[in-house]
Design a protein around this ligand. Structure first.
Ligand code: UD1
Length: 417
């Protein structure tokens, strides 16, 4: 077990390189199950969740050959169509093998993910969509079993935009018979990245990035050759870190198109955000201004940035209001931020964040991925020493976070306990 120890107070300065996006790499790796041949992927972040999906692909019979941030995946000989509980419980995105396996083999068994720290997170909309495409779905000993001779195109309306649901059905529909239309689809940039890779494989997808995606099914696909997009949430996390520590950081490869809401809220909070040729530069202002944030599906403010902004707003000059509208239980970081001296009150879906003059370091515990990032950010700005434990959450989604922060001037280290 490791913990992260931070002596706060140093402003962050310099340049930081954003890694490939975890939330894009995961569905892309699952999409390799759609066809045999050598798939080539690059810019894959080296993270715990990625190692889990590699493990899953190998369990199913695929060959995985990694070198640095690249991987060659060959799913010629898929021997199993079952995603086991042990893997799904450590990473919910494992359910993304359901669509590809069902589309290619007509049969898939995937353990139902349980709830998680930030909410119930059911997969009913994934299953409803596959059923509309003709799959017979049953539940058996905690597993979803889906069978079909060949999926048939259908018009599917999502009751709410779901990123994973849109990705699962988009992958499934590539090999279906006829046309599938996904309505009220999620518009996240990772969905565009997946659609681009699938189209490169010979799929016929249009409208990705809008709320209506049309997929003309094809009979066969070829392997992909794709570079994973840059991680907008990692980029956003460094941007907040720069603003919060009154630093000056160029976040290299941060894509402003994917980060509009984050940029706009940082500017509202007083930070200077400049769009440069090779990334986004954030200069923190002396005074952090209070703001209002409402999380919502893309292009709204991302729920995955809510905890980090909350950490920053604990030091604002006034009261901020943060409404979490995507997940029902995503304020777990509040109690830990309170241990550092912040003044936050939760009222249903809203958190009222009354700015304080300073945070004071303390031992804190990470509860989920983005909550962990918010605690690290708070530690960077707090006086004295902050120790963040349970950082295995952090390792699921941030590549070498402490190394990157160290290079920007933070006093931070990983310590074995
Ligand atoms: C993805 C991201 C996660 C991000 C989230 C929302 C990945 C690997 N993870 O998660 O980082 O926080 O999008 O931007 O890309 N829902 C249902 N039924 C379903 C599916 C979803 O009710 O069948 C609900 C969820 O409980 C949640 C909301 O829809 O309240 C959005 O969830 P969804 O977009 O599906 O999130 P994930 O794909 O799991």
């Amino acid at each position: 077990m490791n913990k992260i120890v931070i002596h706060g107070g140093n402003p962050l300065n310099g340049t930081v390189q954003v890694s490939g996006a975890k939330n894009s790499a995961l569905p892309l790796l699952c999409a390799t199950l759609l066809t045999g041949g050598d798939h080539h992927l690059s810019n894959i972040p080296q993270l715990r969740d990625i190692r889990t999906v590699f493990e899953l692909l190998k369990t199913l019979g695929a060959e995985v050959d990694c070198s640095g941030d690249s991987a060659v995946i060959n799913a010629d000989r898929v021997e199993s169509i079952e995603a086991p509980y042990d893997l799904v419980k450590t990473m919910r995105a494992s359910v993304l093998v359901l669509g590809p396996l069902l589309a290619r083999y007509g049969h898939a068994r995937v353990s139902l993910p349980g709830g998680c720290a930030i909410g119930a997170r059911p997969i009913d909309l994934h299953l409803k969509g596959l059923a509309a495409m003709g799959a017979e779905i049953s539940l058996d000993h905690g597993y979803v079993e889906a069978r079909v001779e060949r999926l048939k195109g259908a018009t599917i309306y999502f009751d709410m935009p779901t990123v994973g649901g849109t990705e699962n059905l988009m992958m499934a529909a590539t090999l279906a018979e006829g046309t599938t239309v996904l309505e009220n689809a999620a518009c996240e940039p990772e969905i565009i990245d997946l659609a681009t890779a699938l189209n490169g494989m010979g799929a016929q997808i249009s409208g990705a990035g809008t709320d209506t995606i049309t997929i003309e099914g094809v009979d066969a696909l070829r392997p992909m050759n794709h570079r994973v997009m840059a991680d907008r949430i990692e980029a956003g996390t460094f941007m907040v870190a720069a603003a919060m520590t009154r630093g000056n950081v160029l976040v290299k490869d941060a894509d402003p198109v994917c980060l509009e809401a984050v940029i706009s809220k940082l500017r509202e909070a007083g930070a200077q955000v400049d769009l440069c040729e090779d990334g986004i530069r954030v200069k923190g202002a002396e005074e952090i201004l209070p703001i209002q944030i409402k999380t919502s599906p893309h292009p709204g403010f991302p729920t995955d940035m809510q905890a980090q902004f909350m950490a920053m707003l604990t030091l604002a000059n006034g009261t901020s209001v943060i409404a979490e509208n995507v997940f029902e239980n995503r304020f777990m970081h509040v109690c830990e931020l309170q241990r550092l001296g912040s003044n936050i009150r939760i009222d249903g879906k809203q958190a009222l964040v009354e700015g304080v003059d300073m945070l004071l370091g303390a031992p804190v515990m990470a509860t989920d991925l983005r909550a962990s990032a918010s605690l690290v950010l708070a530690g960077l700005a707090a006086d004295n020493t902050t120790e963040v434990s349970r950082i295995y959450h952090l390792d699921r989604g941030y590549e070498r976070l402490e190394e990157k922060l160290l290079a920007l001037g933070a006093d931070i280290q990983r310590v074995a306990i």
